[in-house]
Design a protein around this ligand. Structure first.
Ligand code: RP5
Length: 161
């Protein structure tokens, strides 16, 4: 059976960021496939992947890219599946370029855009899990437990470390 979530990224260099999405989904017991799909360097791979994603059985695509980050928007243009975009922090412009490339989609082709970098990757996974949890009570319970553990891990007072 196909995993419900595909995590795609524009380059191997995006993995340091996007692995946080994969790790978060793993912690929640949600299966995900990871793929390098570059809008610019492997455009045919992008078209084949995105056009076939729904028929392949994926429910949600998480797409991370940096710089001229066209991957999430192009994936969204090629599939009706929900696409969550993660702006990867770029060296030169700190990911503001990635954010602007992903967030400012024209009306009609949405990309749910998350924060730049690790926080965005984690939150893309949590958001995807929350969507799947709408029709998966066991996952809903795991997500609630994850959030409860997070709350309980916050100390009342700061410590010198
Ligand atoms: C984008 O270009 C990728 O998503 C990556 O964030 C950025 C740089 O890629 P590399 O030159 O490190 O492969 O397409």
């Amino acid at each position: 059976m196909t995993a419900p979530i595909a995590i795609i990224m524009g380059s191997q260099s995006d993995w340091d960021t996007m692995r946080h999405a994969a790790d978060t989904l793993e912690a929640l017991g949600v299966a995900a496939e990871t793929r390098i799909v570059s809008a610019h360097r492997t455009p045919d791979r992008l078209v084949a992947f995105a056009k076939g994603a729904k028929a392949a059985g994926y429910k949600i695509i998480i797409a991370g890219a940096g710089g001229a980050a066209h991957l999430p928007g192009m994936a969204a243009a090629l599939t009706e599946l929900p696409v969550f975009g993660v702006p990867v922090e770029s060296k030169t412009l700190k990911g503001v370029d990635s954010l602007y490339s992903i967030v400012q989609m024209p009306a009609g082709i949405p990309v749910g855009t998350l924060a730049i970098g690790k926080a965005g990757a984690i939150n893309a996974a949590l958001l995807a899990a929350a969507v799947l949890a709408l029709s998966d009570p066991a996952l809903s319970d795991r997500l609630a437990a994850w959030r409860k553990a997070q709350t309980e891990a916050v100390a009342e007072r700061p410590e010198d470390k």
